[in-house]
Ligand binder design. Sequence first.
Ligand SMILES: NC(=O)c1ccc[n+]([C@@H]2O[C@H](COP(=O)([O-])OP(=O)(O)OC[C@H]3O[C@@H](n4cnc5c(N)ncnc54)[C@H](O)[C@@H]3O)[C@@H](O)[C@H]2O)c1
Length: 378
Amino acid sequence: MTDRIRVAVVGAGRWAQVAHIPGWLRDPRAEVVALADVDEAALAAAAGSFPVPRVTADYRELLDDTGIDVVDVVTGNRPHFQISWDALSAGKHVLCEKPVHMDYRKTREAAALAAERGLRTKLGFTFRYAPAVRYAKELIDSGFVGEPFIFNGFEQNSQWIDPATPLRQFNAGADPARIAVSSIEGYGAPIIDIMHWWLGRPLTAVVGAMRNFVPERVIRDTGQMTRANIDDGDMWIAEFGGGALASIQSSYVTVGNYPGIEARIYGSEGAVIVRLVDEFGICQTIRTARKDAVEFTEAQIPERYFPPGGHSGEPWEYLFYSNLVSDFITEILDGGREPQGDFAQGALVQETINAFEASFRSRAWVSFPLGAAGADAR
Ligand SMILES: NC(=O)c1ccc[n+]([C@@H]2O[C@H](COP(=O)([O-])OP(=O)(O)OC[C@H]3O[C@@H](n4cnc5c(N)ncnc54)[C@H](O)[C@@H]3O)[C@@H](O)[C@H]2O)c1
């Protein structure tokens, strides 16, 4: 490997263009050397916007290239696992959008393959790289909140409150009488990641419910208004070791702007509330209180949590993703550093989502970890 990380981005759609590619290009330690997309138009649009020397429709052509260190998987959800698996098998470090696989056991297999090969992995847990979230983690680790009692996590906005807004990734073959997992997996994963990361102790049990609030929607592939029995809103309670409690609410039919994250932690000494909602030109705030000064006040996020020149008025996709890829580059270059937000963490988050679903299906508390029987009972 040279002193610059050489990246191939697979999937050149919207998210690759607003977050991944600009993020890589912002860091002088990386260069994007190839783009792959099965869709000619998407590939041409991305290649026209960014200076990338090599483009291809078939990512497999890139795997033998010794001039590529990292494969960055930003396709729609279904191919994530296969592309990640192929890239790891070819000896590449992998950044993959969530979920790697809808069954956490497959994600764990990919994490094991990476460990065996001495490769680094990272999940697209965008919001753990928000400067406000990282600063909150520093406060928690330094004892600011004391012993954590309660965590509340929200990941919600009103992206699909209007039935005419086309929905993608809809499983048309699914049984319409059985509500399908949607919001909690597509939207809830990053706040579940933050819950685990901030609390830093084992999850022991979960219970909760999924709801379908908007019954019919336009589906992107067909353009037709269709019965779509999907989880467009849900609420969960989680018990953690040491007695801590957590709640998670995810939805894309709740009025509010993107990205719509709020994370609150209350402990024996203090509390921290982080809000990642694009409002009036600012994409993040952090407010803190102590037991002897109970009025929440806004805290200044230290500059070290921003990329050089970065600020809270930047587009959140660009700001948070710049931090994510920069962290991955540091991990790859400094092989000794403790990984964060990797495939093993992705498996834990996916296992939590699978446990939430199992609880709703059985209308009962579900113990954690799930174990094979619990996972199959979903
Ligand atoms: N982490 C976040 O905050 C966040 C935000 C938005 C999207 N995402 C995720 O990013 C991913 C991409 O989302 P998007 O909005 O860009 O979707 P998109 O549909 O705009 O783009 C996906 C692209 O992948 C291409 N593709 C599909 N299969 C492929 C294959 N086998 N090989 C090469 N290319 C292939 C498609 O042709 C398409 O151009 C999704 O998994 C989505 O969930 C994550």
